[in-house]
Design a protein around this ligand. Structure first.
Ligand code: NCD
Length: 319
């Protein structure tokens, strides 16, 4: 039974909630592979994407997700909006709600900004990334990708590597994967590790040496250095970083033979990821992007309908 009105973070999702999203995403993933990728479960609803930070994948996939479910989707970006004239986040959201938006998908540079909105707005609020805090749909699509590739999450060893301190992706993944019984290893230069990283979950361990974290891992998840959060100042040189914490074929050979390589994008090729690995046969990076649409469809569906319908009824019979 789905009971949430907002999706603010994976922190508030139980293991059963996570399964509900991933299971429903399977149906929508099948729909997305058809020629006619259209359902009517959100017909008549309005979803507004409000992005105050740059985005390619998240914004586009939320738009595709809403449209494929039959909703009307409107996009607002901070650069062309009245935020540049000094309007506050709350006023912006209240104005969009006055237009009878059913859901606001919000990305913001400040940690906690989305939680602040949710307590003041009636529409469903979906966190599309807030500062270094949470990025719940990214963690859900990563879990979906891992589950499809490995058949399970429980018991897998997942190494998350790079700028952990500033990464909402790492935080949401560590919490979600821990909740689903995966063993999470975090590795980064000391300056890029948050204090008390191990408190993210009972199965989360910090491993300062990159090689130790990657050894025998089932999944190696690489992260971009979040220069917009001044992370670049926390390392000596890009070359040195890439030599010690970048994933190339030699380091990858230490992982399990059937290990998969993940990255939320955007990749800084040659920094955290060797181009041969990014494009190699272990990379599931574009599978993650494909999963992003299906998982966001599942989230919109569950939040706006409560999941009170059989999704397969909404699929047309045409393959
Ligand atoms: C991530 C983000 O914005 O947090 N990107 C994404 O949503 N796929 C990671 C990043 O920007 O490095």
């Amino acid at each position: 039974m789905w009971t949430h009105r907002h999706l603010l973070g994976v922190e508030s999702l139980s293991a059963a909630d996570i399964d509900a999203v991933l299971d429903r995403a399977e149906t929508w993933h099948a729909l997305c592979r058809r020629t006619e990728k259209k359902s009517t479960v959100l017909k008549g609803r309005t979803i507004i994407n409000v992005f105050f930070e740059a985005s390619t994948r998240t914004r586009t996939s939320f738009e595709a997700a809403g449209k494929r479910l039959g909703a009307d989707v409107v996009n607002v970006s901070s650069s062309g909006s009245s935020v540049t004239k000094g309007e506050t986040l709350l006023d912006t959201a209240k104005n969009l709600e006055a237009m009878r938006a059913d859901a606001l998908v919000v990305r913001h540079a400040s940690s906690g900004a989305i939680d602040f909105l949710a307590s003041r707005i009636r529409a469903s609020i979906i966190n599309a990334g807030d500062g270094a805090h949470e990025h719940p749909t990214q963690a859900l699509l990563d879990a979906f990708t891992i589950r499809r590739s490995k058949g399970r999450l429980e018991g897998l060893v997942v190494a998350i590597c790079g700028d952990i301190a500033h990464s909402r992706v790492a935080r949401s993944n560590a919490i979600l994967l821990g909740r689903k019984g995966a063993m999470v290893r975090l590795t980064a230069p000391r300056t890029m590790l948050p204090a008390h990283a191990e408190t993210l979950g009972p199965t989360v361990r910090v491993m300062p040496r990159f090689e130790d974290a990657v050894r025998d891992a089932d999944v190696v998840m690489m992260l971009r250095i979040q220069n917009e959060r001044l992370a670049g100042a926390m390392m000596s040189t890009t070359r040195e970083y890439s030599r010690t914490y970048g994933l190339g074929p030699v380091a990858l050979a230490k992982a399990k033979p059937d290990a998969i390589v993940m990255h939320p994008g955007p990749i800084n090729r040659g920094v955290e990821l060797d181009p041969h690995v990014a494009d190699g046969n272990k990379s599931v990076i574009l599978d993650q992007v494909e999963a992003g649409v299906a998982v966001r469809m599942a989230v919109l569906d569950l939040l706006l309908t409560g999941g009170n319908h059989t999704p397969s009824d909404a699929l047309s019979s045409r393959p």
